[in-house]
Structures are given as structure tokens and as C-alpha cells.
Design a protein around this ligand. Structure first.
Ligand code: FDP
Length: 340
């Protein structure tokens, strides 16, 4: 047997040994995320069987109510993290308000912001989806988390990561000491270290990822940028376009291969669609930790001071040379008085 097999439990325990004053609560949060990921992964892999096992709102062959997968994933997170004793609050894409942990359950010093099933509109067509999470340390006093505990800048995250339910299931995370990827071996039910110290290729691959269906709603700067990527500027070679429409999948490819993922604002919706706290900020921390950059088109994502649990932001994540190119093109918008 190879000596290089490292499970996620072993890896996290090794990281904790480097912090002798650690209480273990942080390790517990990460291990609970990995447990929830395994449970969600099991259901995602059966998604195509939903008509056989029972559609949402109906009963399955066991006579149990079948939930939609995003609701199911949310319930798994609430169950595993909400009862695990390591967090004192959860912000979920699925819930308007901060979820506190009811007595008599124990709480811990962390708050988690999570998108339980990102890209869920792709589930029905068997395209990759993901889970994205962001962990902050509680700042307020008292037992329960306050919104201010989550409304922290992305640079204050203790850890961030995602689970990619693709042709295999991967959990990729950072605690601020590089980015590490683990692949689920379903035969033994363990995440095994498969991608240590991930670094985004620099200069970036000539690949851009954006929903071009919105072209006419973009600012002039954004339209010019994409024209450049399409090779419509003199002397510039065309890039390849790749857009899955599941942010985790598009980001995962960008992290491994390089290039740029973009979800710009539109003139009608300058903040775009993606949520800062549980989508863009965690992936931005991963991106920077892997040597990339993450921008809202003008400024660093991780410096944004959030004011709302579900606020949105334009997002440009990827290889540094390409994010800088974006900022160069979008700077013209400010000159023209366009905000997107
Ligand atoms: P979805 O609505 O399917 O959950 O944030 C949500 C998200 O997917 C991202 O995963 C994805 O990148 C984006 O929306 C796709 O949006 P468009 O269809 O507008 O391109």
C-alpha cells in the first residue's frame, strides 16, 4: 500500500498540531463540513433516480417524503453543523435570517456561511453542482451568534472552501496556509489528499468563463473586454470560452487550469447575481491563497465590508494577469459614469 495516503482527518489533525493552543473546535467544524459533504454527495449521485425513488413533494418507495436536493442539502447542514457543538450560528442561502443554535444544544466559537447546493438549477440535467462555505470566528460576546459575527470582511475568514460534486466529489479548502484538495473515495467513504498546495497557473490559460447571454446588458467596458477575449481586437488571439453555469464547477476549472471566471453586474443590476458572503468571498480567499486575484471589477473582494447577509457583488476571479486586465478595462466605466 502507498505510504502517501492522507485522509482529510489526518491532514486537519496535522494542521492542528501546529497550533498547540487549539481547542479542537475549528477542526470539528471542518470535519463536520466533510461529513455533510459525504451525505450530500451520496444524494447528488442518486439525483437522476428521483423519478424512480419519488419526486420532491411525493413519497419514495420507503414511504418517506422526498425533498428537493437543495432543501435536503440545507437540512443536512443544519443537522450536522447545527448539532455538532462547534458553531453558534449558520447563514444559509436557503434562509433569510441568521440561524442560531437552540438550547440545549452546545455551541462553539465559529459561525459558518454556506451555500448548501450551488448551481442547483443544473441538478435536473446531471451537471456538476457544489457546496460553498466560509468560516468566521465569533466576535460578539454571549452564547448566540449575531449578524455582525458574519458581516466581516472576507480577509477575516478563518477558513473557506467548496465541495465539487462532479465526475468525482472533491473537497477543496484553505485555512490561510495554502489550498488543498481532497477526492472522495466512495469505496472507503474517505476524502483523500489528491491536490496538495494548489496553485493557479500564472500567466493564466487563455480561457474566459462568463454568461454571454447578458452581453447587451453589460457596461461598455465589459463588452469591450469580452470582444478582446473573442479575438476581435487587432493582433490579439482569441481565448477559449467555457461556462458551465455552476459557479463551483467554473471556479474549480479556473483554479486548476488558470483563466478567468466572471459574473459582472448589468446596467439594471450593477451588483450582479452572486452572493458575497457564501459564494464570492470564500472562493476569493481560495483564489488568493492559490496565487490568483479576486476583484469586483475595481477593488479587492476580500476588502469589502459586508452590510447585508445576502448582499451581491460582481465577481472576477482567476489568474492575476487576467484579473488585472479586467480592472483595466472596467476602469473606463468609471470615467464614463457607468457603475457596472
Ligand atoms: P444557480 O442559480 O443554478 O444556483 O449562484 C447561483 C448560480 O447558479 C451559480 O452557481 C452560477 O455561476 C450562476 O448562478 C449562473 O447564473 P446565470 O444562469 O445567470 O449565468
Amino acid at each position: 500500500m502507498s505510504e502517501s495516503i492522507v485522509t482529510i482527518e489526518q491532514f486537519i489533525a496535522g494542521q492542528e498540531r501546529e497550533h498547540p493552543d487549539a481547542t479542537g473546535a475549528f477542526t470539528d467544524v471542518l470535519l463536520q463540513v466533510s461529513l455533510a459533504a459525504k451525505i450530500i454527495s451520496r444524494s447528488v449521485s442518486k439525483a437522476g433516480l428521483v423519478d424512480i425513488l419519488g419526486a420532491a413533494g411525493s413519497e419514495n418507495v420507503h414511504g418517506e417524503q422526498v425533498q428537493k436536493l437543495d432543501e435536503y442539502a440545507d437540512a443536512v447542514i443544519a443537522q450536522v453543523l447545527g448539532r455538532g457543538g462547534s458553531v453558534c450560528g449558520i447563514v444559509s442561502e436557503e434562509s433569510e435570517h441568521l440561524i442560531r443554535i437552540p438550547e440545549p444544544h452546545e455551541t462553539g466559537p465559529y459561525v459558518i456561511a454556506i451555500d448548501p447546493l450551488d448551481g442547483s438549477s443544473n441538478i435536473d440535467v446531471n451537471i456538476s453542482v457544489g457546496t460553498i462555505f466560509s468560516i468566521h470566528r465569533k466576535r460578539s460576546s454571549g452564547r448566540d451568534a449575531q449578524a455582525s459575527d458574519v458581516l466581516q470582511r472576507g480577509s477575516e475568514q478563518c477558513a473557506a472552501g467548496y465541495v465539487h460534486y462532479g465526475s468525482s466529489t472533491m473537497l477543496v479548502f484553505t485555512t490561510g496556509a495554502g489550498v488543498h484538495g481532497f477526492t472522495l473515495d466512495p469505496s472507503i467513504g474517505e476524502f483523500l489528499l489528491s491536490h496538495p498546495n494548489l496553485e493557479i497557473p500564472t500567466p493564466g490559460a487563455h480561457v474566459y468563463s462568463v454568461n454571454e447571454g447578458y452581453t447587451t446588458q453589460w457596461s461598455e467596458g465589459q463588452q469591450r473586454l469580452v470582444r478582446r477575449f473573442r479575438g476581435e481586437e487587432d493582433g490579439v488571439e482569441a481565448f477559449s470560452a467555457r461556462y458551465v453555469g455552476s459557479m463551483v464547477a467554473d471556479f474549480h476549472r479556473t483554479l486548476l487550469r488558470g483563466g478567468i471566471f466572471m459574473y459582472p453586474g448589468t446596467l439594471a443590476k450593477p451588483q450582479g447575481k452572486l452572493r458575497l458572503l457564501y459564494e464570492v468571498a470564500p472562493l476569493s480567499l481560495l483564489c488568493e491563497q492559490a496565487g490568483g486575484l479576486a476583484s469586483d471589477g475595481h477593488d479587492r473582494i476580500l476588502d469589502i465590508e459586508p452590510t447585508d447577509l445576502h448582499q451581491r457583488t460582481p465577481a472576477f476571479l482567476g489568474s492575476p494577469d487576467l484579473v488585472e486586465l479586467v480592472e483595466h478595462y472596467l476602469a473606463q466605466n468609471r470615467v464614463d459614469g457607468q457603475s457596472a
